[in-house]
Write a protein that binds this ligand. Structure first.
Ligand SMILES: NC(=O)c1ccc[n+]([C@@H]2O[C@H](COP(=O)([O-])OP(=O)(O)OC[C@H]3O[C@@H](n4cnc5c(N)ncnc54)[C@H](O)[C@@H]3O)[C@@H](O)[C@H]2O)c1
Length: 271
């Protein structure tokens, strides 16, 4: 019988793996028997995640580079190819917002700092495009491969205060569809490109925005909960299964999709 969800022995490269969602996903995939390259930009943090990963299995390695650094990405690609010999998937988990690119409650759109806006666009969009163009080279030779991008609830609806982040995530949806088409037309149906769109999960970046120190919701946190039919934030484990599915043979006819994992946020108008 064909094991549709078996990912054992597959080689996955995970950017943003020192963070909450991508880091948890990387460890989960390794627990399922995959070989995982943990990519992060801070050496000490990469060392720390690798120490934890080493307790799961010996099939892990660290790549230290900024996702905007082409030379660093190329060195990472060579390291993965030398060590593991192939790349079955790239998970583009690096991304997020920056305080300077957020329009505070006491500010208006005309106060937008365009340099901070550009930085957020670069991190989220270029920081997905560049690793994809680097690691997807393996797919051309293999005839198989997969990419998972990280979109957001801000890509399809206006989420107040975070213009650059929203613009970049909308572009990621577009890049997902564009790249899915390009890869399939050029390299066949073994190469797939999809995205997950998490709803609201507590991470290092948004904790203070959504939760007060005593664990109660901030005003913005409460607004999010009001528009989430499940009436709670996501737990990081709740993203793993969708990514596992998209990476596996179970999704062999699935490309160009953006899968929401959001407790109903994107279905509900809020009333
Ligand atoms: N947490 C949520 O609710 C949520 C919702 C929607 C989308 N997302 C997206 O999920 C992804 C993971 O976010 P998270 O919530 O786990 O946040 P996180 O801050 O825990 O993880 C993001 C990681 O990206 C890394 N990173 C940032 N800039 C980088 C760079 N230039 N080069 C290399 N690495 C860099 C950070 O070091 C961090 O490890 C992001 O793309 C984020 O936008 C998160």
């Amino acid at each position: 019988m064909k094991e549709l969800f078996n990912i054992s022995g597959k080689v996955f490269v995970v950017t943003g793996s020192t963070g909450v969602l991508a880091g948890g996903t990387a460890r989960y995939l390794q627990e399922q028997g995959a070989k995982v390259a943990y990519l992060g930009r801070n050496q000490a943090k990469v060392d720390a995640v690798l120490e934890e990963a080493g307790k799961i299995s010996e099939h892990c390695l660290g790549v230290t580079t900024d996702v905007l650094d082409e030379d660093g990405l190329n060195r990472g690609y060579e390291k993965v190819m030398n060590e593991f010999g192939r790349v079955d998937a790239l998970i583009n988990g690096a991304g997020g917002n920056m305080p300077g690119a957020t329009i505070g409650p006491d500010k208006e759109i005309f106060d937008l700092n365009i340099d901070d806006y550009s930085q957020v666009m670069d991190l989220n969009l270029k920081g997905t495009v560049l690793p994809t163009l680097t690691f997807a080279k393996a797919f051309k030779a293999q005839g198989t491969g997969s990419v998972i991008n990280f979109s957001s609830m801000s890509s399809g609806q206006a989420l107040t205060r975070v213009l650059g982040y929203s613009n970049a995530k909308a572009a990621i949806d577009n890049f997902t569809r564009w790249m899915a088409t390009e890869m399939a037309l050029k390299y066949g149906d073994g190469v797939r490109v999809n995205a997950v769109a998490p709803g609201f999960f507590i991470s290092n970046q948004n904790r203070a925005l959504l939760l007060n120190e005593d664990g109660s919701f901030t005003e913005r946190g409460q607004q999010v909960i009001n528009k989430t039919p499940f009436r709670r934030f996501g737990e990081q484990e709740e993203i793993y299964g969708t990514i596992h599915y998209l990476l596996s043979d179970a999704a062999s006819f699935v490309t160009g999709t953006v899968a929401a994992v959001d407790g109903g946020f994107s279905s509900f108008c809020g009333v």
